[in-house]
Design a protein around this ligand. Structure first.
Ligand code: URA
Length: 483
């Protein structure tokens, strides 16, 4: 048995040096005991550190540099078994070149989980460190207490140096204290919570600010607790306000809704009124043997509450003998007013791309998973809202009948909502993109992105690349249909 003693919990150089020597000597993971100087050990037989073994003849150890960086990250994890795990993984990666691509491998999964835990801990530290002002030698100094889950204080020091370069500050954690005097960073041993100051006058100001920015209409208690777990509340000056703010959020949100604009633009109401007056004559149709009848039936649809605010039902459009049906998410603002699918900005991207690859829109059928526009009013604007599972499910009744009447060779899911509606359960679009899936009814579903996704990409280069990919998707679809 070899015993390795590391200088401290994050002594990566020490681990690397020892692991390399052990690996070159052909030492199995089970033959190595990893310890940390001064750390309490559960081991009944504390052993002194062993001399490192000599390498075997012609022994070689090469692993990719990015893998070493990943090991360096998980060295900061608080799992006591990590040194042994890292050694085992080192040996495996040196023998199986593609191991890290095997996402089903339990060791690879564990590596990813540990990296994620470190990233999450760092994110929490960036978000929840709260400095308190103290006067030291006539100068202001900002001191914070923080309890990370892992050994990350030292690793995150650069972040705080960059963000608070002009301040003198100290962050104390149980494991390390990091200190910045405006010029130099010092890493010192950990501290106790009592060593940190507990309150200062600026906190009243901060609490007032926090209450005023707290938006009750946006409150999602679960998400808030996931983002700001209770364990961090102890050290946040705004924490005592949170329960009262949550308790009053419902009432405050109702007040906001009451005082918010409730009516959309006047032309929306005029069209809606005309629409409902005209609709009275169409309600006698109860079963549809043609698309025309189905469209008239759908005009009176009240299968979910969305019909109440939308201007009208936006039914599918295209020939009854179409070979392809394109399914989007739901009508947008312009489609809702025009009563036709894909006529707004996303429709323009869609039309342009169809034309580019030589698919004639007149020969395909275009519809949506949900036939009413879902929105929230914001002043004079109506902001798109994603339909929920119940709304998609309610509207599937129409989509199924459109498909049954048209009997297309293939249906194209434009984005995630359409894919869920067609496939019957949620699937990732990116993973299935350009694939042809079959649902339980054996319907062929070609998967691609939604054109409005292309409109939301802020960076011009990425947007151009994504548009090319969308065109390639539709070209692949065209070739598939021609085959
Ligand atoms: N987005 C959709 O999903 N459908 C439309 O008709 C317009 C925009």
């Amino acid at each position: 048995m070899f015993t390795v003693e590391l200088a401290d919990q994050t002594d990566f150089d020490g681990w690397r040096h020892s692991a390399r020597a052990l690996a070159l000597a052909g030492i199995e993971p089970a033959q190595v005991r990893w310890t940390v100087k001064g750390a309490q050990s559960d081991d009944l037989f504390d052993a002194a550190a062993s001399a490192l073994p000599e390498p075997r003849d012609n022994a070689d150890l090469t692993v990719p540099r990015p893998f070493i960086e990943r090991l360096q990250t998980i060295m900061h994890h608080s799992d006591d078994d990590r040194f042994a795990f890292m050694y085992r993984l080192l040996l495996r990666v040196s023998q199986e070149a593609d191991l890290l691509k095997v996402l089903s491998d339990l060791d690879v999964q564990r590596l990813e989980r540990m990296e994620k835990a470190i990233r999450r801990d760092a994110h929490k530290m960036h978000a929840f460190v709260r400095f308190r002002k103290v006067a030291v030698g006539g100068k202001d100094r900002f001191v914070a207490w923080f309890e990370p889950d892992h050994y990350i204080a030292e690793r995150e020091a650069d972040f705080f140096v960059k963000r608070f370069a002009g301040m003198n500050w100290t962050i104390m954690t149980p494991w390390r204290t990091i200190d910045w005097d405006g010029e130099r960073l010092t890493i010192a041993p950990g501290a106790r919570k009592e060593d940190a100051p507990s309150a200062d006058a600026a906190e009243d100001l901060w609490r007032t600010y926090f209450s005023s920015i707290f938006n009750p209409a946006r409150l999602k208690v679960k998400a808030m607790q996931a983002e700001m777990p209770k364990k961090y509340w102890r050290n946040l000056p705004e924490a005592p306000l949170i329960p009262a703010l949550i308790a009053s959020a419902g009432r405050r949100a109702e007040n906001m809704v009451e005082s918010a604009p409730t009516s959309a633009a006047p032309h929306h109401s005029r069209i809606q009124q005309r629409y409902w007056e005209g609709r009275q004559t169409m309600t006698e149709i109860t079963d549809a043997s043609s698309l025309d009848d189905l469209r008239k039936m759908a005009d009176g649809c009240t299968r979910c509450p969305l019909y109440r605010d939308a201007t009208q039902t936006v039914f599918g459009e295209g020939p009854e003998n179409a070979e392809i049906i394109f399914v989007g998410e739901q009508p947008g603002d312009q489609e809702d007013l025009a009563g036709a699918p894909f006529v707004g900005p996303a429709g323009k991207v869609f039309d342009d791309t169809l034309a580019q690859v030589g698919i004639d829109r007149q020969r395909v059928y275009v519809t949506n998973a949900v036939k009413h526009f879902k929105f929230v009013p914001r002043g004079k604007r109506r902001l798109h809202q994603k339909p929920n599972g119940g709304e998609v499910q309610a509207c599937r009744w129409w989509l199924d009948r459109e498909i049954a009447l048209i009997k297309p060779k293939l249906v194209v899911a434009l984005g995630a909502t359409a894919l869920t509606a067609l496939y019957g359960k949620t699937l990732p679009v990116t993973k299935n993109r350009r694939q042809v899936l079959r649902n339980d009814a054996d319907l062929k579903i070609f998967v691609t992105v939604h054109p409005s996704f292309l409109l939301r990409i802020p960076d011009a280069e990425t947007a151009a690349r994504e548009r090319r990919l969308f065109a390639e998707d539709l070209a692949a679809l065209r070739d598939l249909m021609a085959a």
